[in-house]
Design a protein around this ligand. Structure first.
Ligand code: BG6
Length: 291
């Protein structure tokens, strides 16, 4: 492994180990648990990712906020609903494979996860996964999954990104107009998006065939967050609003106005089938500008 000047591993006395990154462009925090990016703050700006003050930081449970990795399924497991929602990748310990400083002052971190007897008992496919995070003036998060088995592996994946916003009732999400979404708040009805998305209640949607960048326009914080993507055909949009957030023990009752999830994904109709020996890559590229 290279010896990076700008990243270090911190083991919190009461929590989970994480990588702490501070370079001229940004600071970031990445937990080894779930390869979970929990902070990205470009220099001179406020925090871009949202974290719940009620999050757990224990092995076996997901972290609430940041960028949970959903793999190899999304939502409840369709065959085995008793299994953890959103798959096991976000609750497994990942290994740091590479830490490096790039010539432009950015930092790159590569974490890996391999199938083992525990994962094969949950999902019968051998795989190796890599998460490559490049921390700079943009945040580039790429998940690569290789099928190490001899048969095709059907799977879903999502970079379930939580963003800090001024007020969910005042933002607009652009870039999905004209696209079809599955509305989980309306018995999975399929609906065509008219114009920008605005929010007035619990929202849980999967936009299909969505390969373009999405923009969060936030007049309260006076910024636009752009979520560009590679290798992703779905975008999930989620805010739990009052009742659902109150029902989640790891989500503060009054936190919902300050967050929105825009998830870079391949789920539902856009799920993947990875051929034996093949690698599928999916990335989210985050950037922030003034409004
Ligand atoms: C979203 C789903 O991606 O994640 C929602 O569309 C779900 O249905 C939400 O409630 C949070 O999931 P979890 O398992 O992290 O509580």
């Amino acid at each position: 492994m290279n010896a990076p000047a700008l990243a270090s591993i911190v083991t919190a006395s009461d929590g989970l180990p994480y990588l702490s990154i501070a370079n001229p462009h940004a600071t970031a925090r990445i937990y080894l648990h779930g390869a979970h990016v929990a902070q990205w703050r470009p220099t001179g700006q406020s925090e871009v990712l949202w974290m719940s003050a009620r999050s757990n930081y224990v092995s076996g449970k997901p972290i609430r906020g940041g960028i949970p990795l959903c793999f190899p399924w999304f939502g409840p497991n369709p065959q085995r609903p008793e299994l953890a929602a959103h798959g096991f990748a976000r609750i497994r310990p990942w290994t740091v494979a590479q830490l490096s400083d790039l010539p432009d002052g950015s930092s790159r971190v590569r974490l890996t996860l391999e199938s083992d007897s525990d994962t094969l008992a949950l999902w019968p496919h051998a795989f190796s996964a890599e998460l490559t995070v490049t921390v700079g003036t943009t945040l580039d998060v790429e998940l690569a999954v290789t099928n190490r088995g001899s048969t095709p592996s059907p799977c879903e994946a999502a970079l379930h990104t939580y963003f800090t916003i001024g007020d969910i009732r005042r933002i607009a999400v652009e870039g999905l107009a004209g696209g079809t979404y599955i509305d989980k708040m309306a018995n999975a009805a399929r609906t065509v998006q008219a114009g920008a998305i605005t929010f007035s209640g619990e929202t849980d949607r999967v936009y299909l065939g969505s390969e373009s960048a999405v923009v969060i326009r936030d007049p309260v914080l006076g910024r636009r967050i752009t979520v560009a993507k590679r290798g992703s055909r779905s975008t999930v949009v989620w805010n739990p609003w009052v009742t659902k957030s109150a029902a989640m023990p790891d989500f503060g009752d009054h936190e919902w106005p300050g967050m929105v999830c825009i998830e870079t994904a391949n789920v539902a109709d856009d799920h993947l089938t990875i051929a034996s020996g093949a690698t599928q890559r999916m990335a989210a590229i985050l950037s922030v500008t003034g409004i």
